[in-house]
Ligand binder design. Structure first.
Ligand code: MD3
Ligand code: FE
Length: 199
C-alpha cells in the first residue's frame, strides 16, 4: 500500500518491529561517535530538534546559514551511514545512486519543525527518503509556494516517505508529536532519518 499526500508517497509499515529496533541500534552507534546538537538558525535561535548526520555529508545550520559539510561541528568526519537505512533507500527510492547523507533528527515531546523546503542539494531529480521511528508525528505538506493549501498525515514508527518528482520542492514540516504512542525508544520521542543525494 502507498498513500499519496500532496505528491509525497508514504509507505506505511516498511520496517517491522525487529528492523526498527535494529535501526535504532545503528542510530545509537552514530550518535555515540557524532553527538546530537541543537542547530541555530541564521537569526541565532536554537531549533527544538536535535540533529546529527552520517555518511559523506551532514546538514548544518548556524549563524552562517544552511549547508552540507563533510565534518561534524566537533571537527570529525561523519560516521558511516546505518546499513539498514541505505537498504531502505535502495528498496524505495527508484534511483540507482546511493544516498550521500543521512540526517538524524531527534524530537522530544515538545519539538517541532516549521514549514520549509529542502533545497540545499545540487540535483532535485534525486528524491529524498524519510524513515520514522518512535512516537507518531503530525507531518504537514503543502505545495511549492509558501502559504498555499496543506494536507496532514500522522507518520508512525516504521513508515517510510518518498519525496520525488513534482513533490521534491514542496513545503513541509512537523507540527507536533503524540507522546507515548510508541515503546521503541525507552525515553520516548521520535527519530527521523532523512536520506539524500547531495552533490
Ligand atoms: C517533503 N524533516 O530534516 S522528513 C528535514 O520528520 C525534515 O524530521 C522532517 O523535513 C522530519 O528537512 C520531515 C520528511 C520530508 C523530508 C524531505 C522532504 C518531507 C519532504 C522534501 C520535500 C517534500
Ligand atoms: Fe525538510
Amino acid at each position: 500500500m502507498i498513500v499519496d499526500v500532496g505528491g509525497i508517497k508514504v509507505h506505511p509499515g516498511v520496517l517491522d518491529a525487529g528492523e526498527q529496533a535494529e535501526l535504532v541500534e545503528q542510530v545509537r552507534r552514530v550518535v555515540r561517535a557524532a553527538p546530537l546538537f541543537r542547530p541555530e538558525t541564521k537569526r541565532g535561535r536554537k531549533m527544538s530538534v536535535r540533529m546529527t548526520s552520517a555518511g559523506r555529508y551532514g546538514w548544518i545550520s548556524d549563524r552562517a546559514g544552511y549547508r552540507y559539510e563533510r565534518h561534524h561541528p566537533d571537527g570529525q568526519e561523519w560516521p558511516p551511514m546505518p546499513a539498514l537505512a541505505k537498504e531502505v533507500w535502495r528498496r524505495v527510492s527508484g534511483v540507482s545512486r546511493d544516498p550521500q547523507s543521512c540526517l538524524i533528527n531527534y524530537y522530544d515531546a515538545d519539538a517541532k519543525m516549521g514549514m520549509h523546503q529542502d533545497r540545499d542539494e545540487a540535483n532535485f531529480e534525486m528524491p529524498v527518503v524519510s524513515i520514522s521511528l518512535g512516537d507518531d508525528a503530525l507531518f504537514r505538506v503543502g505545495g511549492a509556494e509558501r502559504g498555499g493549501k496543506t494536507q496532514s498525515i500522522w507518520l508512525q514508527s516504521g513508515d517510510v516517505a518518498v519525496m520525488g518528482g513534482d513533490a521534491r520542492l514542496n513545503f513541509h514540516g512537523i507540527d507536533r508529536l503524540r507522546p507515548g504512542t510508541s515503546s521503541l525508544l525507552p525515553n520516548g520521542g521520535r527519530i527521523n532519518l532523512t536520506l539524500r543525494v547531495v552533490d
